[in-house]
Structures are given as C-alpha cells and as structure tokens.
Design a protein around this ligand. Structure first.
Ligand code: F6P
Length: 358
C-alpha cells in the first residue's frame, strides 16, 4: 500500500501535526508514504514525490507551516501558464496528475486543504483517484464540520493582538480598527472580537452601517469610555456598498481587505476622534499551533489512515460534537460554512452589548 499526502491552499498551524500522524499511522501498517511538494506543484516536475519517513516527520507536531510546502495556485484543473503575449491563462492538467499518481503506484491520496482543495479532490475522485480529505483553514468555513485545523491558533493570535491594541487605544483615547482574515466568513472576527472584549465586530454575514458604529462610539463616550476597539473581518460589507478587494491574480482567489483604512478615516471625520487601523494579515497563519489544533490535527491525520485502511474512501474527516466522523467529499465541495445569525455566539456578543454593525 502506498499513500501520498498533499497540503494545498493557504497554510495553517496544525498541518505538520496532521502530516506526522498520517505518516506514522501509515508506516505502522507497513505502508509507504510520499508527500507532494508545494500543493500539487511537484506533480509536474521530474521528482513528483518525496519520501516521508519517521525521520522526516520527527519533532514537527509543534511547528507552524507545512514541511511539504503549499500553494494557492496549485489546481490541476486550472494551472496558470504564461501565454506568448505575456498574459496569463489557465489550462487543465488534471490528466497528467492522474497519470503521475497511477504510474507511481499511489493507492490513495490524503488531501489536506480548505474548500478549494476539497473541490479539486471531488473532481479527482471522479477521475478515479481515491482520496480522503482533512479540513484545514484558519477561516473555519468548511461546510459540514464544527471546526477546521488552524482556526483555534489563528483566533488565539488575533485575540492576543487585540488585547495588546486595546491598551494602546485606551492610553491614547483612540478608535482602533483591527482587520482580521476569514475570507467570506466572520468566524475569526467573531471569536477573537468576543474573546478580546471588542466594542464593535463587523462580519460578512451582517452588513454594517457607519451610523451604527458612530452610535456605539458616542454611547461609549457618554459613559466615559474614550476609546473604541473595532474588529473587522476582511470580507465584511457595508450596507449598500461592496466588498473591498485588493487584487486578483489568474488562478488564485481574490485578495480581500482594505476596509480598515476606509472605516478608520470616516469614523475620525464623523466623531472628531483620532483613529488608527491595523491589518493582522498573515500573522494569523503563522506560529506554533495551540494544543487544541495539535490534537485535532493528529486525530484527523490518524483517522484519514484508518478510513483508507477500511476502504472508506472519498470522505472528508470532520469533527462534530467533538466526535470524528466521515462525510462524502462531494457533500462539501462548492459549499461554505458561514456564521449562523441565530447561533449562541453572535447572540452572546449582542447580549453583552457588542455592536455587530447593524
Ligand atoms: O484562506 C486562508 C486565508 O488566510 C484567508 O483568510 C485570506 O483571505 C487568504 O488566505 C490570504 O491568502 P494569501 O496567502 O494568498 O494572501
């Protein structure tokens, strides 16, 4: 038995723990394990795989990033290439990828990734590749699972950063707008904002108005609170406005963000207060995984191997009510898990007086 492991999309703390658990669980069964480098990138090179051994995965549970490397542009069904006129386009190279797996005797693939990776995995399964998926993304937006690996660490990092920004905002009596990642979902903003006692949390699921934020700032000023912390999800949208997009590269998802400066500036104008904005950015993707992320990553990795051993293929390993389950990858592809507006977390934010921007 020979399995391959791939990490695709943006990196997330916990990837290495999942790689280690999957590798060791497979080696224990006497299987061979190989890794794909840079998110399917090495499939198109002379050395498509690297051997994963006890030595290669030793001591990596606590390391951020991925020892395999990853890429946001590694979709075999849409690989970017440069045309003669210098412009970029996409081509379908999935048949080549399938050939590489088959000619190297790979029996199954463990695809560790987010929604994009699961959409690719779903298409590869239809071309005859046996896959088990592991849900990874700091955004926590994969449909069908309670939590994805990397989310807890990103929220912890964001919470600590907001804590630090709160003391300086209070000292200077400023408005501080903190932009966090999350793409089209507000999980990171809601969980970190609530945990760090933010005053305003803006998430993509709730359209915001500047008026409601101003009202909150004025209410705080009236109570002698001369500073305000606003946690802004990069994908948040103003009522009647549109999402802030920084750019788009061929073959990659659009790059979100930039509303932090707009909001800080307009709030200064409206309230007469000093404001500052900060983008936490890729800090949220780095660093040592929390214990929680290490543990779920190890559980996901070992369960993926158990699923392959049982021939329970084309499944995504998920955590539901703290139990590991397997659901069809095809159920997940093309869907997104957003913050439920009637969920208790958002209700808690509202109950303790946090302004959600509406
Ligand atoms: O999906 C993870 C994520 O970090 C998003 O939160 C963010 O929008 C995006 O990736 C950033 O991607 P890149 O690394 O290409 O800038």
């Amino acid at each position: 038995m020979k399995i391959a492991i791939n990490t695709g999309g943006g990196d997330a703390p916990g990837l290495n723990a999942a790689i280690r658990a999957a590798t060791l669980a497979a080696l224990h069964r006497g299987w061979e394990v190989v890794g794909i480098k840079n998110g399917y990138g090495s499939l198109y090179s002379d050395e498509p795989f690297i051997q994963l051994t006890r030595d290669t995965v030793r001591g990596i549970t606590m390391q951020g990033g991925t020892i395999l490397g990853t890429a946001n542009r590694g979709n075999p069904f849409g690989m970017p290439y440069q045309k003669e006129d210098g412009s970029w386009d996409l081509e379908d190279r999935s048949d080549e990828a399938v050939d590489v797996f088959q000619s190297h005797g790979v029996d199954a693939l463990i695809a560790i990734g987010g929604d994009g990776s699961m959409a690719i995995a779903d298409k590869l399964t239809k071309k005859g590749i046996d896959i088990v998926g592991i849900p990874k993304t700091i955004d926590n937006d994969i449909w069908g699972c309670d939590v994805t690996l990397g989310f807890d660490t990103a929220v912890t990092t964001a919470t600590e950063a907001i804590d630090k920004l709160t003391t300086t905002a209070e000292s200077h009596q400023r408005i501080m707008v903190v932009e966090v990642m999350g793409r089209y979902a507000g999980w990171i903003a809601l969980h970190s904002g609530l945990s760090a006692s933010a005053d305003v949390i803006l998430i993509p699921e709730v359209e915001y108005t500047i008026d409601s934020i101003v009202e909150k700032i004025e209410e705080r000023e009236a109570r002698g609170r001369n500073y305000t912390i606003i946690v802004l999800a990069e994908g948040a949208v103003e009522k009647g406005g549109s999402r802030f997009v920084k750019g788009k590269t061929v073959g990659q998802a659009e790059q979100l963000g930039g509303a932090d400066e707009y909001i800080a500036e307009i709030l200064s104008e409206r309230t007469g207060k000093e404001s500052r904005s900060i983008v936490l950015g890729h800090l949220q993707r780095g660093g040592t995984p929390t214990t929680y992320d290490r543990l779920i990553s190890l559980r996901f990795g070992a369960e993926a191997v158990r699923a392959i051993a049982e021939g329970n293929l084309n499944k995504l390993i998920v955590l539901r009510d703290n139990r590991i389950e397997r659901i069809p990858i095809s159920d997940v592809a093309g869907k997104m898990k957003l913050v439920p507006l009637d969920g208790d977390t958002i209700q808690t934010a509202r109950d303790i007086g946090i302004c959600m921007g509406d």
